[in-house]
Design a protein around this ligand. Structure first.
Ligand code: BG6
Length: 451
């Protein structure tokens, strides 16, 4: 192993992100075969003793206990400090030994201020900055944050975290597409009618109004996670999985991606009204604690995109994600065109065949049309099914492992983050201008009936 991070500094140690995702992800990494010892320093504005912080870390690590996690929890330290103060940041960095990863587990606006303050300092050699999504709040802010970061450090020391790139099911797209002769030749406009990338959740707001009400489904899920899934689904085969080749292929296909209707109107938005999910009564989104109804934040978004290249011209890519839905459908569906001609005399199947890569649960289904029971000329569609192997690490564990091993392959490259904002910009503009209605659906249903 070439290089490793010695000290992980978490800015925003008292926040929800740290306890809900970051520390459990760290526990997954420490308990895995890749786990290596490190010092963790938590930083936040509140006063707290080392002992109290250690208890918090231990409790989060308990989800996946391991001897190494216990060791790391026993020596973790807490530093009281304000991430938006240059002198506090300098003090924190001076206390951190060895090679440092500075993790901004902070709201996007605070992260920008913290980075601006940091840019005034002489940064320790080899430091890596890890930034959570959303990266910026629109194309202009993502660009200016990138310019700021580039003025401080080279790209390989910038880690834009997106835990979907750590999902074993998402990474599995690489093996599935590029290690099998049977799929790759089919992935093109010749054979594919449309591609659907859907992440419908039954979960609702889960007390995250402070963040979610400003983001909404489009930014929370489509701008970040689902566009990266689109990139891996549609990109050209990379020569290797090195950071340059893989991220280069992703960037290339995203550069060719645009809103299907150039004015952004090939999109839908909606928010949930009161309803029932699995027997649980849910209030309307606008009545949830902390929600400002006048923002008109959507809890369900759908956009149709086009990819202007030889392979995909004319094939719609439909990306959709929402909360408070009746069913959790989280998958990629490559829907094939009908055969050019079905020999007259064969009957029985209607509708398209599909390759379904389910992200949760991790399964793969490929529809085959075969002769059914009885009459051999009456066809039936059957799925060829496989479970997908689980990764050793959780998705957050996987991206943290890459961060701590100083490997930026699974980090979102700066230009990729900008492309993701560019692609949805016409949609944001159309929504802001009121050109796309904000529809409604009762929580616990499949979404608006006419979508
Ligand atoms: C997060 C979003 O990034 O991803 C959440 O902010 C969403 O709203 C979550 O629920 C989905 O990912 P996972 O891995 O938790 O299913």
């Amino acid at each position: 192993m070439a290089e490793r991070i010695d000290t992980l500094v978490i800015l925003g140690a008292g926040g929800d992100l740290t306890s809900r995702l970051l520390l459990p992800g760290l526990a997954s990494y420490l308990g895995s075969s890749r786990g290596a010892d490190l010092l963790v320093i938590g930083v936040d504005r509140a006063q707290q003793t080392d002992a109290a912080w250690r208890e918090k870390v231990k409790a989060a690590f308990d989800a996946e206990p391991s001897p190494l996690a216990r060791k790391v929890a026993a020596k973790t330290r807490y530093v009281q400090g304000d991430a938006t103060s240059a002198s506090d940041l300098a003090r924190v960095l001076a206390e951190a030994p060895g090679r440092i990863a500075l993790y901004f587990a902070l709201p996007p606006a605070v992260t920008v201020i913290a980075c601006t303050q940091l840019s005034k300092l002489d940064l320790p050699k080899g430091i890596t900055l890890a930034l959570e999504k959303p990266f910026g709040t629109d194309l202009a802010s993502a660009k200016s944050l990138n310019r700021l970061l580039e003025s401080m450090l080279p790209e390989e020391q910038l880690f834009r975290v997106d835990h979907f790139l750590g999902k074993s099911t998402v990474l599995n797209l690489l093996g599935l597409r590029f290690a099998n002769r049977i799929f790759e030749p089919l992935f093109s406009s010749q054979n594919v009618d449309r591609v659907e990338i859907v992440f419908d959740e039954m979960l609702a707001l889960e007390g995250r109004a402070g963040y979610y009400d400003k983001a909404g489904a489009l930014t929370d899920m489509i701008q970040s996670h689902l566009l990266l899934v689109l990139a891996l689904t549609a990109m050209e085969p990379p020569a290797s999985l090195s950071e340059d080749d893989l991220r280069g292929s992703m960037a290339q296909v995203l550069r060719a991606t645009r809103s299907w209707a150039k004015n952004g109107k090939s999109s839908h938005r909606a928010r949930y009204a009161a309803g029932t999910i699995e027997g649980r009564r849910l209030p309307a989104y606008q009545d949830e604690d902390g929600v400002d109804a006048s923002r008109g934040t959507e809890t369900l978004a759908e956009v149709t995109l086009a990819i202007d290249n030889w392979r995909w011209a004319g094939v719609p890519f439909i990306l959709r994600s929402g909360k408070g839905l009746g069913e959790s459908r989280q998958d990629i569906r490559v829907v094939f065109k009908a055969v050019p001609h079905l020999p007259t005399g064969l009957t029985g199947v209607e509708g398209p065949s599909c390759l379904r890569i389910s992200l949760k649960p991790a399964t793969l289904d490929l529809d085959l049309v075969i002769n059914g029971q009885g009459d051999p000329f009456t066809l039936e569609r059957v799925p060829l099914h496989s479970d997908l192997g689980a990764g050793e690490l959780s998705a957050y564990g996987e991206v943290l492992a890459e961060l701590l091993e100083c490997d930026p392959t699974l980090s979102v490259r700066g230009d990729v983050a900008e492309q993701c904002w560019r692609i949805i910009s016409p949609v944001i503009d159309a929504w802001r201008a009121g050109k796309v209605p904000l529809d409604s659906y009762p929580a616990g249903t499949a979404g608006p009936l006419d979508w």
